[in-house]
Design a binder for this molecule. Structure first.
Ligand code: NAX
Ligand code: K
Length: 505
């Protein structure tokens, strides 16, 4: 992922918080642990300044865009430090400085006492090497409009790097929604707690390279706060993968049955099957339409294939399988409908994807041992809402899906969410890239989750690990470029990653 550790910034933590929670942590640090607010602000500004100096050491002219809240306060600290270092600094203010209160006012005073000047933000200076976005942080409370939106649009239209303090201004800290306009940052330096909105919604699009500092707050500040979600990545989730027994035989590594591949859509089932093999399943059978059953595994003979005319043909196959992945290329004709109807009636561990989800949307039901893997469009059909509604609060959408359909929900998209039954924390995957928006990538994920489930992980572990393995494999495949990345490239990266050979991207 887009993260380079720098001195003075911690490795990205796994805890994600909402804005109200981070405010509570702030308050606790100040009121209970006695760290003055201005001290926190000075630390925040200092960390951000070090990040920008380390990343853009050649920048001599720095322009700070400041709002009237504490985010602006952090910005004045950066301005003061840059000025003390002999850089050419301009601070452009949005909103009146006489509205600046509290710690931000102290910070403004310190900047002015050091000879700093504040200018009204009329237009962006034509020559600047770097911008600091200190307009809005977690205090964003309404859509960005008028002059603020114009300044943000101008910032996004120019070419100099932009370092956002705490959050890219205009990005909602809880949902990652763009509130009218948002700063497209080159880097974001976030403080105290990582905000959910940096990882869900448009977060990945707007945050740029991500840095974090807890500002040296004692661990006890965090002890009482239940996370809003956990960030997950392959480095961490790979730990749930059991080591292979030295005396394993193929039956010990699980048997996955993939059900799908209506005429014209055999590739989807084939991709899911091959992905399951590469993610370590001992045996994989593809149950598919008889029309192409004979040639489906011609170039992948390790896959077993069974042509099924109708649901009755499935029974013997189900008997031998540990996990069934149903949906890739299933279609919605009588053939696919019959197979889905048979599968949903059985209490087998299922991974439900693609057309099986569309059929589930037609006749809703609930399964305790299901992993559902909808993309936003399928999620919208399942909940009877629009895709835009799903996307406007992805975490809430995943919760509603889980409550309605049971099992574990994997809501795909940038920042894939894994949501098991409460009180388990929702998880947000911080790996993956837009190259993975390609035909068949979802089929690969289905195969991977089924393979991990078949190797003994429970539904939620398999969903979390599967999402991260798939995303890390996509990142690995994207080393040679996102454009033109195909599902087979993701499959090709699975094996190395699942053996710990290239665990971190
Ligand atoms: N002691 C603290 O509380 C610390 C706060 N920190 C910084 O403080 C930030 C939070 O500060 P605040 O709570 O003051 O909030 P912000 O500075 O994020 O913004 C609040 C101000 O912006 C205005 N505003 C909100 N939405 C707007 C919109 N759409 N258009 C125009 N104006 C809008 C509000 O009226 C208010 O004046 C954090 O993101 C972080 O950068 C850090 O300095 C660490 C310590
Ligand atoms: K900001």
């Amino acid at each position: 992922m887009n993260y380079r550790p720098l001195p003075d910034t911690d490795r990205l933590p796994y805890a994600l918080y909402r804005a109200d929670q981070v405010r509570r942590l702030d308050r606790l640090a100040i009121e209970v642990f006695g760290i003055p607010g201005i001290e926190l602000m000075n630390r925040a500004g200092a960390v951000a300044y070090r990040v920008l100096r380390a990343r853009w050491p050649q920048a001599r002219r720095i322009t700070v865009l400041a709002g009237t809240g504490n985010n602006g306060g952090d910005g004045y600290v950066v301005a003061r430090l840059a000025q003390a270092d002999g850089l050419a600094v301009r601070v452009l203010q949005l909103g009146e400085t006489d509205r600046v209160r509290g710690e931000a006012a102290l910070s403004l005073g310190a900047y002015r006492n050091a000879g700093g000047v504040i200018e009204a933000a009329r237009e962006l200076p034509p020559a600047t090497d770097l911008y600091v976005d200190a307009l809005l942080g977690t205090g964003l409370e309404r859509p960005v409009t008028g002059r603020w939106a114009e300044v943000i649009a101008a910032l996004n239209a120019q070419r100099a790097p932009v370092v956002a303090l705490d959050m890219p201004s205009g990005l909602h800290a809880d949902t990652g929604r763009v509130m009218g306009a948002a700063v497209r940052a080159s880097a974001t330096v976030s403080f105290i707690g990582l905000k959910l909105g940096l990882f869900v919604g448009a977060g990945a699009q707007y945050r740029g390279e991500l840095h974090f500092s807890a500002l040296d707050l004692p661990a006890r500040v965090y002890a009482g706060e239940i996370l809003a979600a956990a960030r997950i990545d392959w480095a961490r989730e790979s730990r749930s993968l059991p080591p292979r027994s030295r005396i394993a035989h193929k039956g010990d590594c699980g048997h996955v049955l993939v059900v799908g591949g209506a005429p014209g859509m055999s590739g989807a089932a084939r991709l899911a099957g091959e992905a399951a093999l590469r993610a370590g399943a001992g045996l994989v059978t593809v149950a598919t339409h008889p029309r192409h059953a004979e040639w489906l595994n011609l170039d992948r003979p390790e896959l077993m294939v069974s042509g099924v005319e109708s649901a009755g043909d499935l029974d013997a196959l189900i008997e031998r399988a540990d996990v069934v992945a149903i949906g890739p290329g299933l279609g919605r004709t009588d053939w696919g409908r019959g197979l889905w109807a048979r599968m949903r009636a059985l209490s087998r561990p299922l991974v439900v994807d693609a057309d099986a989800l569309n059929l589930l949307a037609e006749t809703p039901g609930c399964g305790p041992d299901w992993v559902l893997t909808p993309h936003p469009g399928e999620a919208a059909r399942l909940l009877g809402v629009t895709t835009a509604e799903i996307e406007s609060d992805r975490l809430a959408s995943a919760r509603r899906l889980q409550e309605r359909f049971g099992g574990v929900v994997v809501l795909k998209g940038a920042g894939t969410i894994v949501r098991g039954p409460a009180p388990r924390l929702p998880a947000v995957c911080s790996q993956g890239n837009p190259g993975m928006a390609t035909a068949g990538a979802g089929d690969v994920l289905t195969g991977v989750i089924a393979a991990l489930r078949a190797q003994g992980l429970d539904a939620e572990e398999a969903a979390r690990a599967g999402v991260c393995l798939h995303a890390a494999a996509g990142d690995r495949a994207a080393h040679t470029g996102e454009r033109g990345l195909i599902a087979g490239d993701i499959i090709a990266a699975l094996r190395g990653l699942s053996n710990g050979l290239d665990g971190e991207d």
